[in-house]
Design a protein around this ligand. Structure first.
Ligand SMILES: Nc1ncnc2c1ncn2[C@@H]1O[C@H](COP(=O)(O)OP(=O)(O)OP(=O)(O)O)[C@@H](O)[C@H]1O
Ligand SMILES: [Mg+2]
Length: 608
């Protein structure tokens, strides 16, 4: 049980720096597949193993056939020929059926895995993982791999199938002379190099993930519409191309070098096995003076042994490399997502009675050391409007994001009605959170959905959407749309229209007003593109709503650079260089003649 004090002093979390172990991750992926498609998975497994036996017995039929021919025993020749035919037909038949079943299983399990990954990503409470380069690399690789994770099951089944063939073949060889088991031993170097290769190649791939991501990013910048204008005006197009090429080469060179080196070791190992195979045949034919049938069996089984070992190791290579790797990433994401749910054992209060309190909160963005919030202690009273002002980069938006639980503080704690926010579930907290962020997203859907998304259960509730649009003062945006609320937004979609930046911002603001009864309403410069008067009028409305009758004790946070808007807040927080430097009402701060009154004076003078 974590105490309040524990929540206040959080050490950097290193639990998720490493990927979980390979075998347990693969086992988890197996269980996942079984949970979704138990019958298909079982059938796919059984059929893939059954298909093995007739194939492995081919060497026996060959031996018998040779024996029959040499000893002129036509009965034996006939029987072994029939055996060969039946084996070949059974191999073909079982393989066809099992391929069909496998394909069906894979199609189904792929869909299950994709939605599983999407769901996991959505349950991760904070967005810190979007900013840690190592996590980002993992996630981007997992996103690429999830479409092929279904191969892992097949790869696993066929590995087992190859091992079964190997066992049968080794048993046949040993039946001629126990020393022949050495042939299998001589194949061990190939197994070792095959097992070792994908590991080192993967490691170097992971190292190259960052230059590759950079190359992809540069490609997107150079070729997509949003950056297009700036790319042309600045004329950086050609240099983007060179940089992309450099990034790609930087990523690829070490990969190529490692591949060459590992390929050389692999070739040596195979050459060693080849020599042993020749030795074994000489040993059986000259050394033992064994009958021709036995030599034939060694020829057939030995040749197959090399093929089987080759197939087993390359399949294990696949398993260890790509598939195991993908399953480890998936297991990591499962653990990471689960840690957010597990740590959250407190409910979010339904009504704020004592408000929200920040207690010595410090914060640095993931992967950086500079404090963007430095020992911030504040209390936000219920039913109040709090304005945050400060220069660009002072940490205003960061404070808002930490309050929205997009990040956990690096140290210190946030309390909601005296309960630590760290122990509440992010999704539950956000259900009671509304508002608009500075870096809003342009959801290119129909206007109704673009706004309605702010409260998903009510996305089709037109009156609610209309009301939110009214609250955001975005009616004029909608009336100008050709098909009103049903207009498709985004010029790249059929019938889609583009709207101006300010109009997008108003729609984002309307989306922020979809939720009724939030405990925390954040407005992080959502009206920066609007004129000062409109902003003032809008905020006046929210302020009166917030200070008035909302029975839930809502705290409204307002970030703005316009002092005409800010002055009507109940309390004003002045931030400078990651710290809170002043706090109070407009009149108090003016009387104090500090930073606020100075900045206010400058703006007021500019308007006179
Ligand atoms: N995702 C991020 N990763 C690393 N540093 C960041 C990130 N976002 C912001 N910062 C840094 O944190 C500091 C505070 O940024 P923040 O966005 O909170 O400022 P702000 O007060 O909202 O500024 P503005 O008035 O321009 O919106 C800045 O110095 C910025 O460089
Ligand atoms: Mg900001």
């Amino acid at each position: 049980m974590t105490s309040l004090a524990d929540a206040a002093t959080r050490v950097p979390d290193t639990r998720f720096d490493r990927l979980p172990p390979m075998l347990s991750s693969m086992w988890r992926l197996c269980k996942l597949g079984y949970r979704h498609e138990p019958r298909l998975m079982l059938w796919a497994f059984v059929l893939s193993q059954l298909a093995v036996l007739p194939d492995a017995l081919m060497a026996v039929w060959l031996m018998l056939l040779g024996k029959g021919v040499l000893e002129h025993r036509s009965g034996l020749v006939l029987a072994s020929a029939i055996g060969l035919g039946v084996s070949a037909a059974a191999t073909w038949f079982l393989r066809t059926v099992s391929t069909r079943v496998q394909r069906r299983f894979r199609d189904k399990v792929t869909i299950a895995l994709e939605s599983h990954v999407a769901r996991l990503q959505a349950t991760v409470g904070t967005i810190a993982h979007h900013e840690r380069p190592d996590y980002l690399d993992r996630l981007s690789m997992l996103r690429d791999q999830v479409f092929v994770l279904d191969h892992m099951y097949m790869s696993l089944f066929s590995t087992l199938g190859w091992i079964l063939r190997l066992v049968v073949t080794v048993a046949l060889l040993v039946s001629i002379h126990p020393a022949l088991i050495l042939l299998a031993v001589c194949a061990l170097p190939t197994v070792i190099t095959s097992a070792w290769r994908p590991g080192v190649e993967r490691a170097i791939f992971e190292k190259a993930a960052q230059p590759n991501r950079l190359a992809r990013h540069l490609f997107t910048v150079a070729t997509t519409a949003p950056p297009g204008k700036e790319v042309r005006v600045t004329g950086i197009g050609p240099s983007l191309v060179t940089q992309r090429r450099q990034a790609w080469e930087f990523g690829f060179k070490p990969i190529a070098a490692v591949r060459w080196r590992s390929a050389m070791w692999h070739t040596l190992a195979w050459a060693f096995f080849g020599a042993a195979y020749v030795g074994a045949i000489v040993f059986v034919s000259s050394g033992l003076g064994a009958p021709a049938g036995s030599v034939l069996l060694v020829l057939a089984a030995g040749a197959r042994l090399s093929a089987y070992i080759g197939a087993t190791v390359s399949e294990i290579g696949f398993l260890r490399g790509f598939w195991a790797d993908g399953s480890r990433r998936l297991a990591w994401l499962e653990d990471y997502a689960a840690s957010f749910v597990a740590a959250a054992d407190l409910p979010v209060p339904s009504v704020l009675r004592r408000g929200i309190r920040l207690d010595h909160v410090s914060f640095a963005y993931p992967g950086t050391t500079r404090l963007v919030l430095d020992d911030v202690t504040l209390s936000l009273e219920p039913n109040s409007v709090v304005a945050i002002v400060g220069e660009n980069g002072a940490g205003k938006s960061t404070l808002v994001k930490v309050l929205a639980k997009m990040y956990e503080p690096s140290s210190g704690a946030i309390f909601v009605d005296d309960q630590p926010l760290a122990r509440m579930r992010a999704d539950e907290w956000r259900e009671r959170l509304a508002g608009a962020f500075q870096d809003f997203f342009r959801f290119e859907f129909r206007a109704q959905q673009t706004v309605g998304l702010g409260d998903v259960p009510r996305v089709d509730d037109t009156p609610a959407v209309v009301a939110a649009i009214g609250r955001a003062g975005a009616d004029d945006v909608v009336t100008r749309l050709t098909a009103g609320l049903q207009t498709q937004l985004g010029p790249t979609w059929p019938g889609g229209v583009d709207v101006s930046f300010g109009q997008w911002q108003k729609l984002a603001l309307a989306r922020g007003f979809m939720r009724d009864g939030p405990l925390l309403l954040v407005l992080d410069e959502p009206t920066a593109a609007l004129d000062a008067e409109t902003e003032h009028a809008l905020f006046e409305r929210y302020a009166s709503a917030a200070q008035g009758t909302s029975g839930d004790g809502r705290v409204t946070i307002l970030v703005s650079h316009r002092f005409s808007t800010v002055r009507m807040a109940d309390r004003i927080i002045v931030m400078d260089g990651a710290k809170v430097v002043e706090m109070g009402t407009h009149d108090e701060l003016i009387a104090k003649k500090g930073q606020y009154s100075e900045l206010y004076g400058i703006q007021a003078a500019a308007y006179r």
